[in-house]
Design a protein around this ligand. Structure first.
Ligand SMILES: Nc1ncnc2c1ncn2[C@@H]1O[C@H](COP(=O)(O)OP(=O)(O)OP(=O)(O)O)[C@@H](O)[C@H]1O
Length: 682
């Protein structure tokens, strides 16, 4: 059989819907080997969708596609979008695709010079592509499709943005390629351009209206103007619209029972070392080219951990408290309390040298509380409202005498006198942490003041001691510090966040630019994308984890009881959850912004449910039960066990965390793969 008459691409009864919207309706098309096939039609008629289905980037709902190629290497695809790494130079771009297709370096260079010359591209191959003009960028994209000398070329509007001279050159080059054995499918809006094609397919509303050679079309419609012919064909289709609608209805019914089938590339491996290495080099090169993003992977963790070390858990200093003492006259300062001896209580003997307001104030000063004297409560209320003071303490008029009376008379003290000897405080509740800290300081100050007072009044130590003794904790620090105890939780949440944002941004960039589709059409598999990103991500996450551990435990000196290697291992498992979740998000969303919102939402959820900001024991009981299975939450307990308790990997709290991370990594990866498959069909 004459090879030229053999069919290279055969599409039969292709039906494709995007959600409920039908884009291809029972479309059949056949492209002969070594021919130039022009697929023409108005915008949105479904040309790109058809090409994507031919390239197996998308799947038909029903119908049949057969390609006479042995592997994806035999196809060259130029998408409508640029689909180029614009930070790469032209040379790097050609080398990436050359390596991707397993070409030798010598051959890559030879091909590069040929194409640069033919397409009139800038001589300086070392210039990044973003410095090129729009037309030059399109020519680089065209060159990429031709680069590995494929047998079947699929070009989606290659001449857009090119001047008529260049466009003419490209058409004659394409014709020359067909004489050299190539088959070409080309889409264009410029209908007249297609007069050079061997065959023209006129598409409208997802259907192929006509499939004839330009000569046949012109003879049949007695016109040399393809645009006129196209309009003529469209008018006839409009006349037939009712019949077509009826046929569509029948087809819809048929579609439910028929399945799509493909005969594509039998030897398209799920993993190819050339492709993998090219992708890996590309990821490394991308980091080298994007110095800002690369340095961000180190600077962001540094900034965040330094901020944590400098901000979290530090006691608020010089908090102002209003003092309204009816014992001491208001004169704007605390001069009346000046001159207290250092060993005040030892010389006091329940009386002099001053009123008891003063030693109490002294205790507050020792805790860095700033006392401001007031003469009237209305001023205090005004200043609390405007945040000038954090609360108030009121000292009754006979505070000193009432206290002495109470100490001397014990249980016999009258109620009225007991009341006169009681301090009243009112702390602003708008900031819960300051309220807790101030209340604690007040309690400690009163306790110490009262204890010393009892001592100075000669009360025996046995009677003075409060019936509670606080021993050192078994684990953790004696002085409970929020920053120390919250650190394991923050470590795991940060590890999740850093990997999530890096992975989502790297993949979304490629997706939005159309690079994922271009490379998928060129044979790149899901496993190769994931693998190549994992290798780079692994190095980055080890660096980020090391930065966090070094800054927290060496520079800031937080307490670390357990094994650093085990902590690192646990954090790496959190990274794995972050990466797999990132893959899922990038499959679900098409826009970078949506992925960013989802990443922030997920990180906030990890912070809220991981017992980091507030203990899990305080959660709603249903959520508290769920927190044991929410991603990352269980591992926080495991990290606490390592960092504060020096437990081994065999401890149940650590095993549960590891198991949870393993399960979530697997679940997210499987879900990402399922959504990836669904996206092809949708
Ligand atoms: N992923 C998608 N989800 C939903 N609708 C889509 C999707 N891709 C394309 N469409 C819709 O399908 C229709 C056909 O789109 P397609 O890109 O195939 O048209 P086209 O003929 O190539 O148009 P143009 O010449 O303007 O590129 C359009 O209405 C488009 O909005």
């Amino acid at each position: 059989m004459d090879e030229k008459l053999e069919t290279m691409v055969l599409v039969r009864d292709a039906v494709k819907t995007y959600r409920a919207r039908r884009v291809l309706t029972s479309l059949s098309l056949s492209v002969k080997k070594q021919s130039l096939y022009g697929l023409l039609g108005p915008s949105s008629c479904g040309k790109t969708t058809l090409l994507n289905c031919i390239l197996a980037v998308k799947q038909l709902d029903s119908g049949f596609i057969n390609l006479k190629v042995r592997c994806s290497k035999e196809i060259g695809y130029m998408p409508q979008e640029l689909a180029l790494f614009e930070n790469f130079t032209m040379k790097e771009t050609f080398h990436f695709y050359g390596n991707f297709f397993g070409m030798e370096v010598k051959k890559i260079n030879k091909r590069m010079y040929e194409l640069v010359e033919f397409l009139g591209l800038p001589e300086c191959a070392a210039r990044p592509i973003f410095t090129f003009s729009g037309g030059q960028k399109r020519r680089v994209s065209f060159a990429v499709a031709l680069f590995h000398d494929p047998t079947l070329l699929i070009l989606d509007e290659p001449t857009v943005g090119m001047d008529c001279v260049l466009s003419e050159r490209i058409w004659s080059y394409l014709l020359k390629l067909t004489t050299e054995g190539k088959t070409i499918i080309i889409t264009t809006h410029y209908i007249q351009e297609a007069k050079n094609c061997d065959m023209i397919g006129l598409m409208r509303h997802g259907q192929l209206l006509v499939e004839k050679s330009p000569g046949q079309l012109m003879a049949f419609h007695q016109s040399t103007n393809l645009e006129e012919i196209f309009l003529d064909v469209c008018k006839k289709q409009d006349g037939l619209q009712d019949a077509i609608d009826l046929r569509d209805k029948i087809l819809q019914e048929k579609k439910k029972s028929s399945k799509a089938s493909y005969r594509l590339f039998p030897d398209n491996n799920w993993f190819d070392t050339y492709r993998f290495m090219a992708l890996l080099n590309k990821n490394v090169l991308w980091l080298r080219r994007n110095k800002l993003a690369a340095s961000g992977t180190a600077i962001l963790p540094l900034i965040i951990v330094f901020l944590y070390g400098m901000v979290m858990g530090k006691d608020p200093k010089s908090l102002k408290i209003a003092l309204l003492s009816q014992e001491i006259s208001y004169d704007g300062d605390l001069g009346i309390c000046n001159g207290l001896p250092d060993s005040y209580f030892e010389t006091l003997n329940c009386t002099l040298p001053s009123l008891f307001t003063c030693p109490f104030i002294d205790e507050l000063h020792k805790r860095d509380i700033n006392i401001v004297l007031y003469k009237d409560y209305s001023y205090i209320a005004r200043d609390i409202a405007s945040n000038k003071v954090w609360g108030s303490i009121e000292v009754p008029q006979n505070f000193t005498t009432a206290l002495i009376n109470r100490i001397e008379n014990g249980l016999r003290t009258e109620d009225r006198i007991v009341e006169d000897g009681i301090l009243t405080s009112r702390i602003d509740g708008t900031n819960a942490i300051i309220k807790i800290i101030l209340t604690n300081h007040l309690k400690e100050s009163v306790e110490r003041f009262y204890n010393n007072l009892l001592l100075s009044c000669g009360m025996s130590e046995k009677a003075r001691i409060i019936p509670m003794q606080y021993n050192d904790p078994l684990f953790g620090l004696k002085e409970s510090a929020f920053d120390q105890s919250a650190l394991p939780g923050f470590l795991s949440a940060f590890a999740f966040y850093f990997t999530l944002i890096y992975t989502t941004s790297a993949i979304m960039m490629e997706k939005v630019l159309g690079l994922l589709d271009r490379n998928t059409a060129a044979g790149m598999t899901y496993f190769e994308i994931v693998g190549a990103h994992l290798v780079v991500q692994f190095v980055i996450m080890l660096m980020q984890n090391t930065i966090m551990l070094v800054v927290f435990y060496i520079i800031f000196g937080y307490n670390f009881e357990g094994s650093v290697a085990l902590a690192m291992f646990i954090i790496v498992t959190v990274n794995c959850v972050g990466i797999s979740f990132a893959f899922l998000l990038t499959e679900i969303f098409d826009k970078e912004l949506s992925t960013a919102y989802a990443s922030i939402g997920a990180t906030v959820t990890v912070f809220m449910t991981g017992g980091i900001i507030w203990p899990q024991e305080g959660m709603h009981y249903m959520l508290a039960a769920l927190s044991n299975i929410i991603p990352v939450a269980p591992v926080t307990k495991g990290l606490i066990s390592i960092i504060a308790r020096n437990y081994a990997i065999t401890h149940p709290s650590i095993l549960v965390g590891l198991f949870s991370n393993l399960i979530w990594t697997i679940v997210f990866t499987i879900l990402a793969y399922i959504v990836h498959r669904i996206n092809k069909v949708m």
